[in-house]
Design a protein around this ligand. Structure first.
Ligand SMILES: Cc1ncc(C[n+]2csc(CCOP(=O)(O)OP(=O)(O)O)c2C)c(N)n1
Length: 627
């Protein structure tokens, strides 16, 4: 019998006797290991937030009170405590519970997330609305020290002091983003956290003063008078100076301390920040020792920590990683920038080999891009490696700071296309749309590993303006080598010449397209196939060739239809009066849910099998009509 059996509905955690809470925390950790080891997901952050979540749930009245999780990857315990324990067995699976907070999933999830640094701003919106409505719910934002490095969080803090509204900000400080946290704010928190001497001295002075007549009054006076002395007594003066009360630091695994500090925070008028110190991966030694490795996990064996189905192939990220080392060796101006993802983007080896040319800027995509623009304007060649979904943040910086000034910045866009189980907040299915609108930006996508390397070389060595290379998650495609031809600006690759039906594909969809073409060839057709290497311009020569020999054009693209290459191709053809029968296979203009990439391709009909079925029956019908 586990204590977790008693947790079935929101509020059940309040019924557990206080002395049994450590045991409940233990059971929850065991359950977290169980569900993530089966389904994959975010493990280390959740293990670190167990006591904090229990304490919040006991101190608050949900769903009336609101907890707004930043990023939302650490909200598993919150889900377990709000009636979703059973559902967590199928975490992140198609049509099952999401790995992030979702408004549609529970009335205890007041605000969805997936991208970082939004919680304080959203919570302030809730607080302002509450005040306007005259209600009295508590509003709590929970933000990590990593997410606090994001500009949006800092913009929100800048407004929090002046809002004059009651708002609790829990700063869950585990010293880490995914990798170790970076920057001045991280050092500031580090000082508060680690300055034992300071804390001891402060305690000693207070104790000493209390033991003398009028000592307590002296302490009070000191705390409210001279700024310098006040600073001595109150860590977190940075926040205090911004008009936000600071409480802490407290041990985030000590339920009693948490209870006390949250009770105190509830009484504070205005905005209050509660600085909670936690250990990422707490309770599972492997995750404590390797918090980055266990930040986001694929299904794994709890005992060994090993991945259940290790992939045998080389990932696109690894291909990029190796190529960067090679390019850097020959190009001293090459620099690399990541926004808090040195491992995920594959820049870790670059960091080790070229520490002076490597910049981890924290969760600060906008800054990363403008910083790159500055580097480029000053003669360096920056490569900004950011996932497709997170680069959405920096649209204006790409347009205004980089492209408008025609600066040679290379964007290495990982996780382009469907990403799978992280779901709608993380799909990289909009970048062709948002990048293609920007004048002067060259956008490329490789069909295979060889092409990714060539495109990176081309982007770094041959281009002199802004250029993006987008590539997907997962294993790099190794085959189709026989089709490789050198990269030339705005030349797309005719892989097959034929007649009647032509396939136009981009990036990793080229392999799907080729497999469909092979099946159609077996059926007696002679399909053409063009691999679109350059996505930002519709290729006029290609259109002329298509018009000469083909009447049906099938496009395959793992991007939302709106703004896709397909859409622009169709418009361009219509504009020229070319009447092709178009068969577009793209994703709908819709937020695409979580599931494996294979499941999602199948659901939206863009996998090779579905494309073949549709195209072959269309061609058969067309033939019959003619006869
Ligand atoms: C805009 C954006 N960039 C990058 C990420 C990827 N990401 C997810 S969690 C995370 C680290 C967050 O660190 P922290 O807030 O300290 O939470 P912890 O995991 O340490 O609890 C990062 C970089 C993201 N979700 N959103």
């Amino acid at each position: 019998m586990s204590l977790l059996d008693e947790i079935n509905e929101t509020g059940d955690v309040k019924k557990i006797p206080r002395e049994k809470l450590p045991e409940l925390a233990k059971d929850i950790r065991k359950f977290l290991l169980h569900i993530t080891s089966i389904n994959g997901g975010h493990l280390a952050s959740n293990l670190g937030a167990v006591e904090l979540t229990i304490a919040l749930h006991r101190a608050l009245d949900l769903p009336k009170d609101k907890i707004i999780w930043d990023v939302g990857h650490q909200a598993y315990v919150h889900k377990i405590l709000t009636g979703r324990k059973e559902a967590m067995e199928h975490l992140r699976q198609l049509d099952c519970i999401s790995g992030f907070p979702k408004r549609r999933e529970s009335d205890c999830d007041p605000f969805g997330a997936g991208h970082s640094s939004t919680s304080i701003a959203a919570a302030m919106g809730f607080a302002a609305a509450r005040d306007l409505k005259g209600t009295d719910e508590k509003i709590v934002a929970v933000i990590g020290d990593g997410a606090l490095t994001g500009g949006e969080a800092l913009e929100a803090l800048n407004n929090a002091g002046k809002l004059g509204s009651n708002l609790i900000i829990i700063l869950n400080d585990n010293e880490r983003s995914i990798a170790r946290n970076v920057g001045g704010l991280a050092s500031y928190l580090d000082n508060i956290r680690t300055d034992n001497n300071y804390l001891k001295l402060k305690t000693d002075v207070e104790r000493g003063l209390k033991s003398i007549p009028f000592g307590a009054q002296i302490i009070d006076h000191m705390k409210t008078s001279k700024e310098a002395i006040k600073r001595f007594f109150i860590p977190g003066m940075l926040f205090e100076d911004m008009g936000i009360t600071y409480l802490g630091p407290v041990n985030g695994h000590d339920l009693e301390a948490l209870d006390k500090v949250i009770t105190a925070a509830k009484r504070v008028q205005g905005a209050v920040i509660v600085h909670v110190i936690t250990k990422k991966g707490k309770g599972y030694k492997k995750a404590e020792w390797h918090p980055a490795r266990f930040h986001g996990v694929s299904p794994f064996y709890v005992k060994s920590g090993e991945v259940r189905n290790p992939s045998s192939g080389e990932s696109w990220t690894h291909v990029f990683s190796e190529k960067m080392l090679e390019l850097a060796e020959n190009e001293p101006k090459l620099t690399a920038i990541t926004a808090a993802m040195p491992f995920g983007t594959g820049l870790y080896d670059f960091k080790n080999k070229y520490p002076d040319r490597f910049f981890d800027v924290g969760i600060a995509e906008e800054y990363a891009v403008t910083f790159a623009a500055g580097l480029a304007a000053a003669g360096m060649i920056p490569v900004v490696a950011i996932y497709s979904t997170f680069l959405q943040r920096a649209y204006d910086q790409i347009l205004h700071d980089v492209c408008l000034q025609n600066l040679h910045v290379v964007f290495a866009i990982d996780r382009a296309g469907l990403v799978g189980n992280d779901g709608e907040t993380h799909q990289g299915i909009y970048d062709i749309s948002y990048l293609s609108t920007i004048p002067g930006l060259t956008v490329m996508s490789p069909k295979n590993k060889w092409e990714l390397k060539e495109m990176l070389t081309f982007a770094v060595n041959e281009c002199d303006g802004p250029v993006a290379v987008r590539y997907p998650r997962g294993n790099a495609i190794e085959d189709m080598e026989e089709y490789n031809k050198p990269i030339r600006l705005y030349e797309n690759e005719w892989m097959l010449k034929g007649n009647k039906v032509a396939f136009i594909s981009t990036g990793c969809m080229t392999r799907e397209a080729l497999s469909v073409c092979e099946r159609l060839t077996e059926d007696g057709y002679t399909p053409g196939l063009v691999n679109i290497r350059f996505l930002d311009k519709v290729d006029s020569d290609m259109l002329i060739s298509l018009a000469k020999d083909y009447d049906t054009v099938v496009t395959l693209e793992e991007n939302s239809f709106t703004g896709s290459y397909t859409e622009r191709l169709m418009a361009e053809a219509a504009g020229r009066g070319l009447a092709f029968d178009f068969m577009p296979f793209t994703l709908p203009k819709k937020y695409i849910e979580h599931g494996t990439v294979g499941e999602l391709r199948e659901r939206y009909g863009i996998d090779g099998g579905a494309v073949y079925e549709k195209v072959s029956s269309y061609l058969k019908e067309k033939l019959q009509e003619k006869n």
